[in-house]
Design a protein around this ligand. Sequence first.
Ligand code: KG4
Ligand code: ZN
Length: 337
Amino acid sequence: MILSIESSCDDSSIAITDIATKKLVYHKKISQEKEHSCYGGVVPELASRLHAVALPAILKETKPYFDKLKAIAVTNQPGLGVTLLEGITMAKTLAVLLDLPLIPVHHLKGHIYSLFIEKESTLPLIVLLISGGHTQVIRVENFEHMEILATSIDDSVGESFDKTAKMMGLGYPGGPLIEALALKGDENRFDLPIPLRNSPLIAFSLSGLKNAVRLKVEACGGKENMTEQDKADLSASFQKAVKLHLLQKSKKIFAQEPIKDFAIVGGASANKYIREAYEKLCQEFGKKMHVAPLAYCSDNAAMIGRYALDAYEKKQFTPPNEIDIVTTRKQQAGMLL
Ligand code: KG4
Ligand code: ZN
């Protein structure tokens, strides 16, 4: 079995995955949403200290599996340096004490492999990854060959949901709050720009839209003076603009890509409004759409363990004294393939 650890942001999670059957046999995640909510976003130092409490508590529950372990896997990039280090320190310690190989896992590849936790893998695939840190379209040929076809030139989809919620004083994480509020709103009330609408660039951009939301909040007299209906209408109008932006750029990619299987992964892939829009787009272009079960859309160690199964097969091990976090901006933006 492989023990996997995830601590790249505000979720402390450990999973145990069976190598022979590829089945997930243990999985637990402790989220810190409540603790960060009053700040409207993740406070790295606080997140790090919360991991230091949560990870050992979860690890204790995995003791019965210790004598069956063949490897330790851990997210080493991209993410917050101080939180990644919590998971890595635990993984290194386990690898040395139990004399097991160590598998570093790229968090975004983990998100892609979240699709295969409960299902056979379907490759090749075109993947839209929409998380709190990234917005990318990736062509996944196989485990070794992945290519970024489009990426955000500024903010990510998840971040734009979080900031929109923060501007209206809704709390954190913004994605589920905006999605729920949008159900009660009029998506045509606020006229928001569709990012890069007239640009030939096959890329994403969310910062201009975020600024447009800020101006609408100000026009309503600030968050204190917004009515519930104002907030619902702005949530719906914002979500519609994000959807139209994603669809417009995805259409261009779909038109060029012969690969028939398409998937959406990452925290924001839990959004039903966006999922439904993509289901229609896939029908239009003759693609088959895949999503991970809701439990594995946001950060979790099960997806890290699933990726680690394939890495184990290929003996992609790193000595404990050589594993490190990778946090430079350039490396975080890319997939390091
Ligand atoms: O993948 P994830 O758990 O963490 C990163 O790798 O960044 O994604 C978290 C992000 C947050 O920004 C959160 O607001 C967003 O996913 N999110 C959503 C929804 N649920 C979570 N965004 C839009 N709609 C949702 N229903
Ligand atoms: Zn993530």
